[in-house]
Design a protein around this ligand. Structure first.
Ligand code: GTP
Ligand code: MG
Length: 136
């Protein structure tokens, strides 16, 4: 089975959508939350995490937003969980996201799109090392 790194972004925490979003993840059969922490991200962590976007026009405001308040960082294990959480989240642009998805139900702003989830097995391995280096 797979393991993925999920971040409930500062907008999700501020808007008190943590329970709602965790509930959708927990409700999926056989998926398990194996680590979870409320944490305010520093610049170094964000540079590592979003390094692929460095130099893009949205990079600086993205990092500022991600550091603007605590996130909930979690590790989810289970069957096809990498693709599965991306599917629950919906596309990056919340207006393009279907109702029923997390971004489609709660978002309007591309930057403030509530949730991050690793987009591939390679990304998951890389991101898990950044956020939960002690995890076996
Ligand atoms: P993450 O799970 O956060 O990585 O989102 P994603 O994989 O759906 O999108 P991507 O990795 O391409 O971009 C990372 C984040 O940057 C997005 O979630 C948005 O918050 C923000 N972002 C991406 N593209 C744009 C854009 O064109 N404009 C703005 N303002 N923000 C963007
Ligand atoms: Mg991404």
């Amino acid at each position: 089975t797979q393991r993925t790194l999920v971040l409930l972004k500062p907008d999700a925490v501020r808007r008190k959508l943590v329970g709602e979003i965790l509930g959708r993840i927990e409700a999926k059969a056989g998926w398990t939350i194996s680590a979870l922490e409320l944490r305010t991200l520093d610049q170094e962590t964000l540079e590592q995490h979003y390094g692929e976007h460095k130099g893009k026009p949205f990079y600086e405001p993205l990092v500022a937003f991600m550091a603007s308040g605590p996130v909930v960082a979690l590790v989810v294990d289970g069957e096809r969980v990498i693709e599965g959480v991306r599917q629950l989240a919906g596309p990056t642009d919340p207006i393009a996201a279907q109702p029923g998805s997390i971004r489609g139900d709660f978002g309007t702003i591309v930057r403030e799109n509530l949730i991050h989830a690793s987009d591939s097995e390679e990304s998951a391995i890389r991101e898990l090392k950044i956020f939960f280096p002690g995890l076996s």
